[in-house]
Design a protein around this ligand. Structure first.
Ligand code: FEO
Length: 211
């Protein structure tokens, strides 16, 4: 005999749903704990070393660009001097971003001595070429940290570095752009004067990345 008991049926349905909920929550929590205990929430020793080293490299970059700025200032090209002084400020910002990222992850920041900029500049194009070469070197450093983070499945650091990967592409482009502009306009004093005026207009803006 079939007895229709809608109340009981609804209750059973609710119970099943509730039990499923508990089951799902259990697995969800278990997977979470496994991920945390797997150690992936912390940065590896190698990545921390590379990030710390990058702090130093960024400060060195700031030093190098200040040296270039001083060279142009001595030569009377205040616009070029301004452009590189702002570049130095940006490099200092990069260093601070690496510091903040290390601190955000509970890692100690180790500040090493900054190397002396030792490039000799004897003609106006020398800093331009040295700058472009230096940016390609820095791109290699950033990619190297990225590769280490990738090997460790350190997705957090990879995401942090994404901004720098893009930034490096821009910095290389800017450096190459300066060389091209100098080749086009720097050959005569009137062109050089106008180019210097253009570079004098560069203003500092804070990085779009915050940690
Ligand atoms: Fe911080 Fe120019 O790279």
């Amino acid at each position: 005999m079939h007895i229709h008991m809608p109340g009981k049926q609804a209750q059973t349905g609710l119970e099943i749903e509730k039990n499923m909920d508990i089951g799902l929550r259990f697995w969800y929590n278990l997977i979470g704990y496994i991920l945390i205990l797997g150690g992936k929430a912390m940065l590896s020793k190698k990545v921390v070393e590379l990030l710390n080293d990058q702090v130093n490299k960024e400060f060195y970059s700031a030093y190098l660009y200040l040296d270039m700025s001083n060279y142009y200032k001595n030569e009377g090209l205040d616009g070029f001097a301004n452009w590189y002084k702002i570049q130095a400020q940006e490099e200092r910002d990069h260093a601070v971003l690496f510091i903040e990222y290390l601190q955000q992850n509970g890692e100690a920041v180790v500040l090493e001595a900054i190397g002396k900029p030792d490039k000799e500049f004897s003609k106006f194009t020398d800093p331009l070429e040295a700058g472009a070469e230096h940016e390609r070197f820095v791109t290699g450093l950033i990619h190297n940290i990225y590769a280490a983070a990738y090997d460790e499945k350190d997705f957090r650091t990879m995401q942090f570095l994404d901004w720098f990967v893009k930034e490096q592409a821009e910095e290389e482009e800017n450096a190459d752009d300066l060389i091209r502009k100098f080749e086009l306009f720097g050959g005569d004093s009137k062109g050089l004067y106008m180019l210097d005026n253009e570079l004098a207009a560069r203003v500092y803006s804070a990085p779009s990345l915050t940690v």
